[in-house]
Design a protein around this ligand. Structure first.
Ligand code: GDP
Length: 443
């Protein structure tokens, strides 16, 4: 996930290596590019500012070693500072506790329930612990079912929570029940919302007060970048979390969340989710991640990519997908998230070659925040296959998706219909008639 940042930094280092000595000018120049590279990787701008300031001071300060060339020196300093940003030593859980009570928190769709079962499996495999899984999201029946299903697949006992119960009572009773069943870890899968809201925070605080968890993990979707960082900050303020789990690190997130969250919250990333399978959870190793980012092993003549170029590649890919009707709900969601950051859908469509004239025909395409959140929730309740191939979504899948996202079946149908229409329209407008191949179309 750090590939493009790595490419950029490599370019910067290659340039500075050519200088015989470090002075204000060439350090400034290198740092300007480091700054751009970090911003492009979606690192929080305050973090970037503090980071480059620290590197500048050190590079120009006393600790420049005579034995190193200026280039090596800058690489060394940047490496150390990146490591500090990522959190230094790897950290996991406090295993002295028995039973160990872990409270999972985070927004809906972040991967909380999946991570609950992954963590249980990890604890059994690596520490021979006996976890007890506790669904405590009483607002979405699907959430309880989901955890019960995962628990039974992996053969873990799970608390028989029901939607009628109070989540605080569930958690309190579950801790007692876990002890009765001889379990030495209790993992509480608390409720999530689409956004931070006050009643949720109050509920989580009440659960914390009732069961005194040893760990409060905030689960964040790495793909949401700076949003994840902001939300982590709020959860930490209210709950004093003990660590972060960054999920979907197997995706193409640019790394901004990983590089900002420790600096912003002061809390370490403890685990990373590397896929959808139960075994796809790993301890986060800041040193390995830092080395990967600065992957200096082979100094290929990688050309630094200018920001414009980066955008152009991405836009070209999007254009290709639109033309070939391969634009999926996944892409749609990515674009939607970007809209949230940049303003209007129009401004994004304009970045795609050939789309300028189309946006004129579409007029101002503005989507209200709430509607976007709803669409995101619906798409978030789909499986990867469903997002890539919406044709497979039959009535029973629709019912499941509706249940999972708290909407009516009709809403799911409407989204799919609108998406298909949009896709066809875009394809027609882009002159995609040359390639009418639609693999999912029967016949
Ligand atoms: P919750 O609403 O926070 O409980 O989210 P879920 O656990 O239901 O996860 C939402 C979606 O994210 C599901 O489709 C998961 O399979 C997926 N997911 C969770 N963690 C990962 C991960 O590390 N990698 C990938 N690729 N997908 C993940």
């Amino acid at each position: 996930m750090f590939e493009s940042l790595q490419d950029r930094l490599e370019g910067v280092f290659k340039k500075i290596r050519g200088h015989a000595r470090l002075d204000e000018t060439n350090v400034q120049e290198a740092l300007r590019e480091v700054r751009l590279a970090l911003l492009e990787a979606d690192v929080n701008f305050k973090v970037v500012k503090a980071f480059t300031e620290r590197v500048r001071e050190r590079a120009l300060g006393q600790d420049v070693l005579k034995s190193l060339t200026p280039g090596q020196m800058v690489v060394k300093i940047v490496h150390e500072e990146v490591l500090a940003l990522l959190g230094g030593e790897a950290q996991t859980l406090d295993f002295r506790q028995k039973p160990l009570i872990v409270m999972m928190t985070g927004l809906q769709g972040s991967g909380k329930t999946t991570t609950t079962s992954k963590l249980a499996l990890w604890l059994r495999r690596h520490h021979k612990r006996k976890p007890y899984l506790v669904p405590a999201d009483v607002y979405r029946p699907a959430a309880i079912d989901q955890l019960h299903k995962l628990a039974s697949q992996l053969d873990f006992p799970a608390h028989p929570s029901t939607t009628g119960q109070n989540p605080v009572d569930i958690c309190r009773e579950a801790v007692e029940e876990a002890a009765r069943q001889g379990c030495d870890v209790v993992i509480l899968d608390t409720a999530g919302r689409l956004h931070i809201d006050e009643p949720l925070m109050e509920e989580l605080k009440a659960i914390k007060a009732a069961v005194n968890p040893h760990e409060i993990l905030f689960v964040a979707d790495a793909m949401t970048g700076q949003d994840a960082v902001t939300v982590a900050g709020s959860f930490n303020e209210r709950l004093d979390i003990t660590g972060v789990v960054l999920t979907k690190m197997d995706g193409d997130a640019r790394g901004g969340a990983a590089l900002s969250i420790k600096e912003v919250t002061g809390k370490p990333i403890k685990f990373v989710g590397m896929g959808e399978k139960a075994s796809d959870l790993e301890i986060f190793h800041p040193d390995r991640a830092a080395s990967r980012i600065l992957g200096m092993g082979d100094i290929l003549s990688l050309i630094e990519k200018a920001q414009e170029e980066f955008d152009a590649t991405e836009a070209a890919e999007m254009e290709r997908k639109l033309r070939q009707a391969q634009f999926t709900l996944d892409d749609f969601r990515t674009q939607m998230r970007r809209v949230k950051k940049l303003g209007s859908l129009e401004s994004i469509l304009k970045m795609i070659p050939g789309m300028g004239k189309i946006t004129k025909q579409l007029g101002e395409v503005q989507m209200p925040e709430k509607e976007m959140a709803r669409l995101e929730a619906i798409i978030g309740s789909m499986t990867k296959n469903e997002r890539l191939e919406p044709k497979i979504i039959n009535d029973s899948r629709k019912r499941r998706i509706a249940k999972g996202s708290g909407v009516q079946v009709g809403d799911v149908t409407a989204l799919l219909k609108n998406f298909e229409q949009m896709r066809m329209m875009m394809q027609r407008m882009m002159g995609g008639g040359k390639m009418p191949k639609m693999p999912s179309m029967p016949g």
